[in-house]
Design a protein around this ligand. Structure first.
Ligand code: GLU
Ligand code: ZN
Length: 276
């Protein structure tokens, strides 16, 4: 019997648009970390966001990664894992850790809740509402209840060191959407465990999400990986690279004949020079 690889990392893009330089950087980062340790690098397509997800994008992602010279193993896309999300959400319901939220977007925006790391934090106005199977609603995590039950939790970021989980930064996040059996937080946490991810790598823009994921792991008795939050690649003006700001996609670069291997090398160099 062969022993499992020491390090398993993943790149988990959502197929709702083309990949950009920032994604290439994230993918290379996760890939190289696994390969250096003779580990495994996985590609997971996070495609539960119904109408916004399109399979053509996922096909392009594979061409992009190949062009960058990366090797990976495909694991099941999120759209094939809905049963496991439902089962875990059911556990959280049984534990009394979630409550239905019937607020509309406009209502939430009008509540003038405090601002958190990722924008508005929901004030918890639906806390205590009973679950009603006849009335479809999003389910939110009752953060205070979870924290009281679990006590202090620690997680480890390879750069930041030991971090005390402080999920109040994000507030009572949605775990089950009204139209979907999971939100990003629930799905990604369950999948990372199912895929045997030992080291979750992603941009520092998702640092605050990790507090919530750590809580979910504890509630659902899932293994706890290590995290590496890497700097988000910025453009020359210090702005986050994004399609809406007109930076060319990897597909554009690939189709214009640019050499993907040398682009990958440049991104590696840039990272080393940034000292992280
Ligand atoms: N699908 C998420 C994204 O594209 C993945 C984030 C993560 O790595 O956890 O932002
Ligand atoms: Zn509500």
């Amino acid at each position: 019997m062969t022993s499992p690889p020491s390090i398993v990392t993943r790149f988990a893009p959502s197929p709702n648009g083309h990949l950009h330089l920032g994604h290439a950087f994230s993918a290379i980062y996760a890939h190289d970390m696994a390969k250096r340790a003779d580990g495994e690098f996985l590609l997971r397509i996070e495609d539960i966001d119904g109408p916004r997800s399109r399979p053509e994008f996922a096909d392009e992602f594979r061409r992009d990664l190949e062009w960058l010279g990366l090797e990976w193993r495909d694991v099941a896309p999120q759209s094939q894992r809905l049963d496991s999300y439902e089962a875990m959400a059911g556990q959280l319901v049984d534990m009394g850790m979630v409550y239905p939220c019937t607020c509309t977007r406009a209502e939430i925006a009008g509540l003038k809740d405090r601002r958190g790391a990722d924008g508005l934090v929901y004030a918890g106005s639906c806390r205590g509402l009973p679950l009603d199977p006849d009335r479809p609603a999003a389910l939110r995590l009752d953060i205070d209840r979870a924290m009281e039950t679990l006590g202090e939790l620690i997680w480890t970021d390879e750069e930041a060191g030991s971090v005390i989980a402080d999920p109040r930064e994000l507030g009572d996040v949605v775990l089950v959407r009204k139209d979907l059996p999971a939100s990003y937080h629930l799905a990604a946490t369950i999948d990372d465990a199912a895929d045997g991810i030992t080291t979750v790598t992603r941009g520092t823009d998702l640092f605050s999400s990790t507090h919530v994921h750590r809580i979910l792991q504890e509630l659902l008795e899932l293994p706890v990986p290590h995290w590496h939050h890497h700097p988000v690649l910025l453009d020359d003006d210090g702005q986050k690279l994004a399609k809406r700001r007109g930076s060319p996609s990897l597909k554009d670069r690939r189709e214009s004949g640019e050499d993907g291997l040398s682009l990958a090398e440049q991104l590696r160099m840039q990272h080393m020079q940034s000292g992280t």
